[in-house]
Each structure stands twice: as structure tokens, then as C-alpha cells.
Ligand binder design. Structure first.
Ligand code: FES
Length: 153
């Protein structure tokens, strides 16, 4: 495979109330965004554990996008603040394991912001495309960062 042919797979954890609604609106409004994301709907980003992000990478994702409500607008009050802290911790763990922390990102999107959702997806796909395939995926089964991820989980 030519490096230019690389199409990253991004797992996008979207909260039900805002990010998922924005994704849905983008779809019904026929907004164009890269088809590289696999959306996982969550009641709230506060439900997401660090383990979920690491497991997604371990299972073959090249990047993970966490999309929640705007700060101050979480339907469970502080879920997106909890998620922000967990994402930051997970990014630090990735760095310590020798992986690029840019493979994990959190964004905040209101339910009406289909344009912003599409833009966030485009930016994430571009970032990960530049990073290249996840080393975890590339070296699956060898003495790799995958084991390092397993060790920090
Ligand atoms: Fe959207 Fe909590 S309900 S982040």
C-alpha cells in the first residue's frame, strides 16, 4: 500500500444528546465529511472510561475522537468535564507508551452544529492521515506498543 493510499479508521465516541445529534443532522443535511469514522453512541461522554479509548486503538483504530456537548451544556452536568480529564490522562499514557497523543482528541459540539461536527471529523482524519497507520495495528502480535497499552490498561 502506498502511503498516499492510507485511509485512517477513526472511532468516534459521540454523546447521545449533542454530538450524535449533530452527526445525525449532518447526515440528514447531506453534509460531506470523510467516511473514515465509526460512530459509537454513548449516553454521555462522562460514561467513557480511559479503557474504552485504549481498547479502540488496540482493536485496530488509527485514532479516537471523543465528541461531547459544549462545556457547560452536558445533560448530566459534568460528564464532559470528566471526559476531558480522562482524555488528557489517556493522551499522557499514550505518550508514555511511545504513541502519538494526537491519535486521541476530544471536541465539544452542540446538537445544532452539524457543520462543526463535519469540520471536527475532517480535522481528525487529516491529523491521523499525517501520522500514518497506528503502530499498534501495524505491529499487532509482536513485542509492541500494543503490549505497552495492555500494560497501562
Ligand atoms: Fe453530552 Fe454529557 S450529555 S457530554
Amino acid at each position: 500500500m502506498n502511503a498516499n493510499d492510507f485511509e485512517p479508521v477513526i472511532v468516534a465516541f459521540c454523546c447521545h444528546y449533542c454530538a450524535y445529534a449533530a452527526a445525525d443532522l449532518a447526515g440528514s443535511g447531506r453534509l460531506q465529511y470523510p467516511p473514515n469514522i465509526r460512530i459509537v453512541r454513548s449516553p454521555c461522554t462522562g460514561r467513557l472510561e480511559i479503557n474504552f479509548f485504549l481498547r479502540a486503538l488496540e482493536s485496530g483504530a488509527d485514532g479516537v475522537l471523543v465528541a461531547g456537548c459544549e462545556e457547560g451544556s452536558c445533560h448530566f452536568k459534568e460528564g464532559n468535564y470528566l471526559a476531558k480529564g480522562r482524555v488528557n490522562t489517556a493522551r499522557q499514557l499514550l505518550k508514555e507508551a511511545g504513541l502519538e497523543p494526537e491519535r486521541l482528541r476530544m471536541v465539544n459540539v452542540s446538537a445544532a452544529s452539524s457543520q462543526r461536527f463535519a469540520e471536527c471529523v475532517r480535522e481528525m482524519v487529516e491529523t491521523v492521515r499525517k501520522l500514518g497507520p497506528s503502530p499498534v495495528k501495524k505491529m499487532m502480535g509482536k513485542n509492541t506498543n500494543q503490549q505497552q497499552i495492555g500494560a497501562i490498561r
